[in-house]
Ligand binder design. Structure first.
Ligand SMILES: [Zn+2]
Length: 69
């Protein structure tokens, strides 16, 4: 089982899903994506907590790696 975090959890209208072997990695991928793609400068603690709570167990589909953006 891997960990999946949707970009939507940061309040975006985006289909991006961060998937990684650990919740911390999924969180980092999602934050990097949100910064790079959505221009989010700061992710608040509140957003981090909400995102962390929304992380799901999932099976990642490797498409040239886990990072699909
Ligand atoms: Zn996104």
């Amino acid at each position: 089982m891997e960990k999946l975090l949707r970009c939507r959890e940061f309040g975006t209208d985006c289909e991006f899903e961060a998937c990684a072997e650990t919740a911390d990695d999924a969180m980092q991928i999602a934050i990097d994506h949100a910064r790079a793609v959505h221009g989010l400068k700061e992710i608040s603690d509140k957003d981090r907590r909400r995102a962390k709570a929304a992380i799901q167990d999932s099976f990642c589909v490797p498409m040239g790696g886990y990072n699909l953006w």
